[in-house]
Design a protein around this ligand. Structure first.
Ligand code: DAH
Length: 369
């Protein structure tokens, strides 16, 4: 067995030979510069800097050298690695930039090309008007209440003081749901939501109740079997007809500008006294009345437009929900939404409102005040 070779020269170990290492560097540089993709570069790095690369293998030989030779060999390997890494980084920057450039080119979009847009819908005028009406009342601190469209007869009629023999309770006016003895109807107005609000909420109550209603009506220019109403109800201490008048005047002005209103005596079972509210025609301001030269389509030259019903809540309604009518009083009102839209926007035929033509929705919205 030979003893340690004290005169060991790193030059004598082939892998650590200066020329051999220079050759490794040359090959690595050539391979790296030849790589023209990130994947190719990765492979070149693995081949020339990885664990099994010639440089790594040469590095392992260092351990076999005598201590005094290790430093030089180590430096040589270190410099070689440094050089290869440097060339790798340069090439990596070039290849990355080139790949990005190629991707950008390949995915280039011409933003000026005309495209076919999907036609957009429009908010239905009934929905838009309901939103607007809700806004008027929520701005005064009122709440919006809702109820079901399939309603109990007691809530739709009895609790509202509409007795069993009232003509509106017949099948010619009301849509009953089978089996008839279950007492369920498609609500004929939004007034049952008044009852629900009084049963479910703490007093005082200030609510508006917009919603869909159903009647066994004809389908013609001024009637729809399915239509919308907005109901208003306030029950508090000391409420009088004056509060009703003030509230409805404000409501009318918010929607139609500076118009005059009038209350005409009327009858509703759930209010006492009851009235119908008219608006002075906001188009002709009454000037078409008796003036055939200036007919007005909006009010049919009557000067006034019937807007809705209202009144002081009948104490019998309060009693039906267990409220002491000696302490509390209130007012209520109800308007048809489609009817309001008709005269507000000059719509001639209600049927167009349910035909679902988006162009109609756009024009009617566009024509809104
Ligand atoms: N419910 C009535 C209808 O459908 C409208 C109405 C009138 C509602 C007077 C009210 C009211 O709250 O006080 O014709």
């Amino acid at each position: 067995m030979s003893g340690p070779n004290t005169n060991y020269d790193p030059v004598q170990v082939a892998a650590l030979d200066e020329a051999a290492i220079a050759e490794m560097v040359d090959q690595a540089v050539t391979a790296i510069r030849a790589a023209d993709s990130i994947a190719g570069l990765k492979q070149a790095r693995l081949d020339h800097l990885g664990d099994r690369s010639p440089i790594a293998l040469a590095n392992r030989e260092i351990g076999a050298l005598p201590p005094e030779a290790r430093r030089v060999a180590g430096q040589r390997i270190g410099q070689a690695r440094g050089r290869i890494t440097e060339v790798f980084r340069e090439r990596e920057a070039e290849v990355t930039a080139a790949e990005l450039e190629a991707t950008l080119r390949a995915e280039r979009l011409d933003m000026t090309l005309p495209v076919e847009l999907h036609p957009q819908g429009a908010v239905h005028p009934v929905t838009a008007l309901i939103d607007q009406l809700n806004d008027v009342f929520t701005a005064m601190g009122w709440e919006v209440a809702e109820g079901p469209e399939l309603e109990g007869e007691w809530l739709n009629f009895d609790a509202l003081n509409i007795g069993p023999d009232h003509p509106s309770r017949g099948t010619t006016d009301t849509l009953f749901v089978d089996p008839i003895d279950h007492g369920l109807v498609m609500r004929t107005h939004t007034s049952p939501v008044q009852i629900r609000a009084l049963l479910n909420r703490d007093l005082p109550v200030y609510v508006v109740c917009p919603g869909r209603t159903y009647r066994a009506d004809e389908y013609d220019p001024t009637h729809l079997p399915v239509f919308h109403q907005i109901e208003g109800l306030c029950v508090d201490k000391g409420i009088t007809m004056a509060h009703l008048k003030g509230t409805l005047d404000h409501f009318a002005r918010e929607l139609f500008g500076d118009v005059r209103t009038r209350l005409r005596p009327h009858y509703f079972p759930f209010t006492e006294p009851s009235a119908e509210m008219d608006l002075e025609c906001f188009v002709c301001r009454g000037e078409s009345v008796g003036n055939p030269d200036r007919p007005c389509r909006t009010c049919r030259s009557e000067g006034w437009i019937e807007w809705g019903g209202c009144g002081v809540v009948n104490p019998r309604v309060l009693a039906a929900v267990g409220i002491d009518a000696d302490v509390y009083s209130g007012f209520a009102f109800g308007m048809g939404i489609e009817r309001t839209l008709m005269f507000r926007n000059g719509a001639e035929d209600m049927r167009e409102m349910v035909e679902g033509d988006v162009r109609y929705s756009r024009t009617l919205r566009g024509g809104a005040r």
